[in-house]
Design a protein around this ligand. Sequence first.
Ligand SMILES: [Zn+2]
Length: 73
Amino acid sequence: MTGIVWVTGNCWLYCRRSGLPVMWVGTAQSVGVYAPLYAPLYACEQCLAELSAMVWQHVQRRDSSALQHQSAP
Ligand SMILES: [Zn+2]
């Protein structure tokens, strides 16, 4: 992939390690007392692979569900 910028930092996903190459993957939103709170979400290569697998499974399930609806009478 091109255009990916790796920086040294903390992984916000599953491993929670620090001081390793991480990539910005989006903005995390949390519920604050008065307003939503936002923070940049970074992930390491290992956790990105796991996240990608989960996204792939989600897409396959969604596509499978769509096919079942299309074939229904
Ligand atoms: Zn990680």
